[in-house]
Structures are given as structure tokens and as C-alpha cells.
Write a protein that binds this ligand. Structure first.
Ligand code: PEP
Ligand code: MN
Length: 336
């Protein structure tokens, strides 16, 4: 971190500032020019608050030279993190496909979907039980009963399950859930992130719809700083001026994230585009961009789905998608 110091400061004020910085375990390198004095800080600057530094009356400006996240940073951990989900790897040389309905609707529905997606080659079953809906009048999910339904499908099909948590007080229902999802709307619910950092289950963290890549990584850092390193990042589309798709898949976020972090990165093409017919193309784009997997919404009868029917592909379309992406994964040297 570099501090640019006001030229009109007194030596006494400046020495006091240097002492303060050194008491924060920072090494300081001072360079005094004709008009400006620059202080280079060496140490774990991720612990410093850039705004606090800027608030100091002696400081004209502050520039970060290293990223504010440490645990998620590839610079400090160059090897890809591979997370083991009950024998299913996510990250490294694997391409993991997570599939299932937006919402868990009934046991019969979920059993049918679980059996079919597994047969087609998916390795994790998704289904929302606690649903974050824009309207309070829309279907809110089956909540705890929905998780029971997921658990039954898990043991019937021997497939790991992922579902979203909206409130930490619901954590007691997640005992048999294999991956806890944090949705886009909760990406910066820092208390929730901290509490999920204090438990052991892997967390799939979705990018907020108006969040930067650095903000996504700082949210991952919240979970990791509490002791849970098993974080999977998910690009699910961001808000732009474009209206022909529900969101805009920020495909460049995939290679950018893969460069900045060792954590696995997956793509959710369904929420990114909001339209089932674009899901196969975006899934292929995800593989080509270097993603470690996709999470796709699949429904036995999209027209009658209780949520996100328009973006849900049918069981048959999912089977076709799996057959199609196999060759793309092979080209990228990813095991599907
Ligand atoms: C979901 O996965 O069902 C969901 C609500 O996604 P997002 O948080 O990305 O909107
Ligand atoms: Mn959905």
C-alpha cells in the first residue's frame, strides 16, 4: 500500500504517523521528493482499512498495490482448491454439473428429476427450499419440508445435494445438506457469511447482481477468515443495460477469477439468461472460459414450474446438453 503525504505537514506530525503505522506491524519505506512524500507500507496490508488511511489529515491519497483478500488469493496459494463433496470433486481438473429445479415442489417431482439428471450424468442435485423471491406473494418455497424432500432424493439416488440458506437460524435444517448455497441477494450479508465460515460444510457463493469481482472475493474472504476454506464461487449474471436476457452472463469473470483465486468457479447459465433456449450455448461458453462446472435449472414440466419455469430446461434437453458438453469438456482437458 502506498500513502501520498501532504506537502505542508510538519516533521513532528509525520514522525507520529510513521510510529502509528509501525505500531500496526507495518514496515515503512519513506521517499521524500521535492513536492511529495511517499510512504510504502510492507506487511499484511489486507488488515488495513483503506478508508481509515484516507481519513488521516496528513494523507492526500492511498493506493493499494496488493489485493485486500489474502486467503482467497492465488498469490498465496497457487494450486487449485479441489473440494470433495462426498466423493464428488469440484475444482482442479474436473467439470462438475449441478442440476435440478429452481424450487423443490414435491417428493414425486424431485425423485423424478433426481433420477433423470443422475442418469444423464449430473453429479450434484440442486433444489431451492428457502426461496428469495422478488414478490412476497410469489411461492416462497417448502422451507424445512423442502429440505426433507431433498434428503430423501439424496438417499434414493445416492447424489449430494445443494440448497440455499437465507437466514442463519435455519442452519439446523441443513445437517444432511452437502453444499450450502448463498444466493446473489445475500452475497454481502456479512453476518451470514461469518456464521457459515464457522461451520464445516462447503459454501457455494453466488455473485451479487451488481457486485464487482473484488467484492465477490471479499465475501469469500469473510467465510474463509472464519476458518472455512471450502468456498465455491458462482457467476450467475449481472445487471446491465441489456434487456433481451434476464441478466448478462459476465463470461470474462471466469478467467479473471481463475487468475485471481485458487477457489473453484462455476457458472449458472440459467439465472444469467433467464431463457431455457440460451442455456446450452452459455454452458459451452462456461467450459471454454475455464469454469469448473455449471449449475443448471432443470424441470420435468417447465410450463408448470412454481418458479423460474422460463429458464428451466426439460429432462430431455438436459440429457442432450450433457451429451453435447462432454466433447467440450474433453477439449479443455476437464473430467466430466
Ligand atoms: C437460485 O439459484 O435459485 C437463485 C435464487 O439464484 P440467484 O441467487 O443467483 O438469483
Ligand atoms: Mn431459480
Amino acid at each position: 500500500m502506498i500513502l501520498i503525504i501532504r506537502p505542508d505537514r510538519t516533521d513532528i506530525e509525520f514522525d507520529k504517523l510513521i510510529c502509528e503505522l509501525e505500531s500496526m506491524k507495518m514496515k515503512t519505506h519513506v521517499s521524500v521528493g521535492e513536492n511529495t512524500t511517499i510512504v510504502g507500507l510492507v506487511g499484511d496490508t489486507s488488515l488495513l482499512d483503506i478508508n481509515e488511511m484516507k481519513a488521516n489529515p496528513l494523507v492526500l491519497d492511498v493506493k493499494r498495490v496488493s489485493e485486500p483478500y489474502k486467503r482467497a488469493n492465488r498469490k498465496f496459494n497457487s494450486a487449485d482448491t479441489v473440494i470433495d463433496i462426498n466423493g464428488v470433486p469440484i475444482g482442479g481438473g474436473y467439470f462438475t454439473v449441478i442440476a435440478g429445479p429452481c424450487s423443490v415442489e414435491s417428493q414425486q417431482q424431485l425423485n423424478l428429476i433426481a433420477c433423470n439428471i443422475k442418469k444423464s450424468g449430473a453429479s450434484v442435485l440442486r433444489g431451492g427450499a428457502f426461496k428469495p423471491r422478488t414478490s412476497p406473494y410469489a411461492f416462497q418455497g417448502l422451507e424445512a419440508e423442502g429440505i426433507k424432500i431433498l434428503e430423501n432424493a439424496k438417499s434414493r439416488e445416492d447424489i449430494p445435494i445443494i440448497t440455499e440458506i437465507m437466514d442463519i437460524s435455519d442452519l439446523r435444517y441443513f445437517e444432511n445438506v452437502d453444499i450450502i448455497q448463498v444466493g446473489a441477494r445475500n452475497m454481502q450479508n456479512f453476518r451470514l457469511l461469518k456464521m457459515l465460515g464457522r461451520q464445516k460444510k462447503p459454501v457455494l457463493l453466488k455473485r451479487g447482481m451488481s457486485s464487482t469481482i473484488e467484492e465477490l472475493l471479499m465475501s469469500a474472504e469473510y467465510i474463509m477468515s472464519e476458518g472455512n476454506n471450502d468456498v465455491i464461487l458462482c457467476e450467475r449474471g449481472i445487471r446491465t443495460f441489456e434487456t433481451s436476457t434476464r441478466n448478462t452472463l459476465d463470461i470474462s469473470a471466469v478467467p479473471v477469477l481463475k487468475k485471481l483465486t485458487h477457489l473453484p468457479v462455476i457458472v449458472d447459465p440459467s439465472h444469467a439468461c433467464g431463457n431455457a433456449c440460451f442455456v446450452p450455448a452459455l454452458s459451452k461458453a462456461a467450459i471454454a472460459a475455464g469454469a469448473d462446472g455449471i449449475m443448471v435449472e432443470v424441470h420435468n414440466n417447465p410450463a408448470k414450474a412454481l418458479s423460474d419455469g422460463a429458464q428451466s430446461i426439460t429432462l430431455e434437453e438436459f440429457d442432450c446438453l450433457m451429451n453435447n458438453i462432454r466433447k467440450y469438456a474433453e477439449l479443455e482437458n476437464k473430467k466430466l
